[in-house]
Design a protein around this ligand. Structure first.
Ligand SMILES: [Zn+2]
Length: 421
C-alpha cells in the first residue's frame, strides 16, 4: 500500500501522528485537524484530558468521576496546557467548587492518591476541622488579626493573597510527597466559573474543563497568538505579578486590546459571549466509563457574559473611531429565579437577554397555576411532573431563540466592531 499523509495520520498509528503533531505549533495542528474527518478522529488522542491528569493522579478516571459527582471545574495552567499541548510542566492543579461537601469528598480521593493536606496559617490541622471552622470572612480576618503578633506579617499577607478575590471563600492546599504534585482546591462563593471569568487577570487563563468538556474562551488569541488581554484594572498584587512572570516564561504575552484585530469575524473579543458559543474552542472528553450526576443541572453552556472593550465615536462625516479601554471589562452577574434550581451567569452589559429570560420564566409560572388537561396521555409528564419541574434545562432553548430573533436588533451592536468598519 502506498503511504500517504492520511495513512500516516490514522487513529491507529499513535506513534506516527504523535511525532508529527509534536513538531507542529498549535495553530498548524488546528489547521491540519480541520482538513478531514479521518484526521479529526485523532483529536481525542491528541487532546487527551486523562494524559494531562496522570501527572496528578494514578487513576485519572477516578478523579473525573469525582468531578462529575461533585460538579468540579478545573482551571489554571492544566486547562491551558490541554489546549496548547505545550511541553512546559503545569504548576498546581486548580480545582474549583462552591460546595464544602465536595471539598470533603475530594480530599478523601486525594488521600487515596497519596496526597496530604498542607494547611495555610489560618487553617486547622485537618481539612475537616478547617471546614467546620470556616465562619465568615470578616470573622476570620478579625480572629487572625487578633492572634498574630504585630511583627509577623507573613500570615496576613498569605491571607490577603487568598482573599484578594471577591469570589473566593477559601483555598485548601494538598501535596503528594512522593511526586511533589500539588492540588489546590478553591472554594468559591458563587458559581465556580464566576471565579474564573470574574476573578482572573487575563484572557489567556480563561480556560477550564468539567468532567466531560473543556472550554477555551479566547482561542484565537490564546492558542494561536499566545496573547492575552488584561481583565483587571490593576496588577497590584504580588500573586498576579508572579503569575504574569510564569506565563511570560511559557510564551504568553499581555497585549493592548488595540483598535484593530486581524482575526476579524472569528475574533472572540465581542460585546456579548456565551460559554461554548462558536467563538469558544471546546473539546469533548470520552465519558463512557463515567456516571453522570442524575440531579437537575444548569448547563454550563447557558452562562453568558459581556465584554467592554472600547469606546466608539461617530464623526460628522459618519466615520467611526475607536478607542481601546485600558483593560477588558468582563461584565457578568449571577441571576436566579424560583423556577430555576441553580443560578446562572448573565451578560450584565446587555439587559435584553436577562429580561427575555425573566419574561419566559414568568410566563411559564403563570401558566402553571392554571393547567388544563387537554390530553392526559400526551401531557402526562407535564401534568404530573411538570408543574414543579425546574426549568434549568430549558434556558438554553430560550437563549437560542433570543439569540436568533431578538439579539440582532439590539442597539448595543452599533459601532461595536472595529474590524467591520
Ligand atoms: Zn481579535
Amino acid at each position: 500500500m502506498r503511504t500517504t499523509l492520511l495513512s500516516l495520520l490514522h487513529a491507529g498509528q499513535p506513534i506516527l501522528y504523535e511525532a508529527i503533531f509534536g513538531h507542529l505549533e498549535a495553530r498548524d495542528a488546528l489547521h491540519l485537524l480541520s482538513t478531514c474527518r479521518q484526521i479529526r478522529e485523532i483529536k481525542n488522542c491528541l487532546f487527551n484530558v486523562d494524559t494531562q491528569l496522570r501527572r496528578f493522579f494514578d487513576k485519572p478516571l477516578r478523579f473525573r468521576q469525582a468531578m462529575a459527582t461533585h460538579k468540579l471545574v478545573v482551571g489554571g495552567s492544566v486547562a491551558l496546557k490541554l489546549f496548547s499541548r505545550a511541553t512546559w510542566t503545569p504548576g498546581d492543579l486548580d480545582v474549583y467548587t462552591r460546595s464544602t461537601r465536595a471539598v470533603l469528598g475530594l480530599s478523601k480521593l486525594l488521600r487515596l492518591e497519596g496526597y496530604v493536606f498542607e494547611p495555610y496559617s489560618w487553617h486547622s490541622v485537618t481539612v475537616e476541622a478547617s471546614i467546620a471552622n470556616i465562619g465568615t470572612l470578616k470573622e476570620r480576618l478579625t480572629r487572625i488579626n487578633q492572634r498574630i503578633p504585630e511583627d509577623n506579617e507573613t500570615e496576613a499577607e498569605d491571607l490577603e493573597k487568598v482573599y484578594k478575590s471577591k469570589d473566593i471563600r477559601d483555598v485548601y492546599r494538598f501535596r503528594n510527597p512522593s511526586t511533589n504534585a500539588r492540588v489546590e482546591v478553591i472554594l468559591t462563593i458563587g458559581l465556580e466559573i464566576s471565579a474564573i471569568l470574574d476573578g482572573y487577570y487575563s484572557t489567556y487563563i480563561m480556560n477550564f474543563f468539567t468532567y466531560k468538556k473543556a472550554y477555551c474562551l479566547f482561542p484565537y488569541h490564546t492558542i494561536t497568538l499566545q496573547q492575552g488581554f488584561r481583565t483587571t484594572p490593576s496588577f497590584n498584587s504580588e500573586k498576579i505579578s508572579n503569575a504574569l512572570d510564569k506565563y511570560h516564561d511559557r510564551g504568553y504575552l499581555l497585549s493592548e486590546y488595540g483598535a484593530f484585530h486581524m482575526c476579524k469575524l472569528s475574533c472572540p473579543m465581542r460585546p456579548h459571549r456565551r460559554i461554548g458559543d462558536r467563538f469558544t474552542w471546546t473539546i469533548e472528553f470520552p465519558t463512557d466509563d463515567i456516571l453522570a450526576p442524575d440531579d437537575i443541572e444548569m448547563p454550563i453552556e447557558a452562562n453568558t457574559f459581556g465584554l467592554r472593550l472600547h469606546s466608539s465615536f461617530m464623526y460628522a462625516n459618519e466615520a467611526r473611531d475607536f478607542e481601546a479601554k485600558d483593560f477588558v471589562y468582563v461584565a457578568v452577574f449571577s441571576y436566579d429565579h424560583k423556577l430555576l434550581k441553580h443560578e446562572i451567569l448573565v451578560d450584565s452589559r446587555l439587559d435584553s437577554w436577562r429580561h427575555f429570560l425573566m419574561e419566559m420564566l414568568e410566563k411559564v409560572e403563570k401558566q402553571r397555576l392554571q393547567y388544563y388537561v387537554a390530553d392526559p396521555l400526551l401531557q402526562e409528564q407535564t401534568t404530573l411532573v411538570g408543574r414543579d419541574q425546574p426549568l434549568d434545562a430549558e434556558v438554553i432553548k430560550y437563549y437560542n431563540f433570543w439569540y436568533d430573533c431578538i439579539m440582532p436588533g439590539e442597539f448595543l451592536w452599533r459601532g461595536q466592531y472595529p474590524m467591520l468598519q
